[in-house]
Design a protein. Structure first.
Length: 172
């Protein structure tokens, strides 16, 4: 019986149409057993699309007879150390060289979504704006009853536009 799968060291990756595939795919070039160069398509989990960096490891699975065609079914980066607890999922990106963790999302076992850590809370603009505008209306009504005899009532304005994030969006 021949070899079923092997570990390869990835030299590069690119996004392109692979042979007669119906669309673009991530194609990796790597070194397999005995230094043989392999170029193959990377199969990924549904909804996840990423390019592995140089020196990551991948599992090459030949398809059919010989080693003419196959796919890489998983990759791993030994240079990035993440702590993932049972039941959790982490999605992350690195620098182009694969050396440094850049952005990450943790779906934790208690149902929380953590963006680049868990030290800050995300506030949605619409809800915060509605609460502050209600506060402004109530405060302005209170100030209107406190005229100082010769002047007019005070008025308060609130502008929270600087708090609206442009990089994280939610639908609800």
């Amino acid at each position: 019986m021949g070899m079923i799968a092997e570990l390869i060291k990835i030299a590069s990756s690119t996004v392109k149409r692979w042979h007669s595939a119906p669309g673009n795919a991530v194609v990796v070039t790597g070194t397999g057993i005995g230094g043989e160069t392999l170029e193959t398509e990377l199969y990924q989990s549904p909804g996840v699309f990423g390019q592995p960096t140089k020196n990551m490891r991948g599992i090459f699975v030949p398809i059919g007879r010989g080693r003419r065609y196959g796919v890489v079914v998983a990759v791993h980066n030994y240079k990035i150390a993440l702590v993932v607890n049972p039941g959790e999922v982490t999605i992350y990106s690195t620098t182009a060289d694969g050396e440094t963790l850049k952005a990450f999302i943790v779906l934790d076992a208690s149902g929380n979504i953590k963006l680049n850590g868990s030290t800050k809370r995300l506030v949605t603009y619409a809800e915060l704006n509605a609460a502050l505008q209600g506060f402004k209306t109530a405060l302005n009504a209170a100030l209107a009853t406190k005229q100082d005899g010769g002047g007019s009532a005070g008025a308060l304005t609130i502008d929270i536009s600087a708090s609206e994030t442009q990089t994280v969006r939610t639908s609800g």
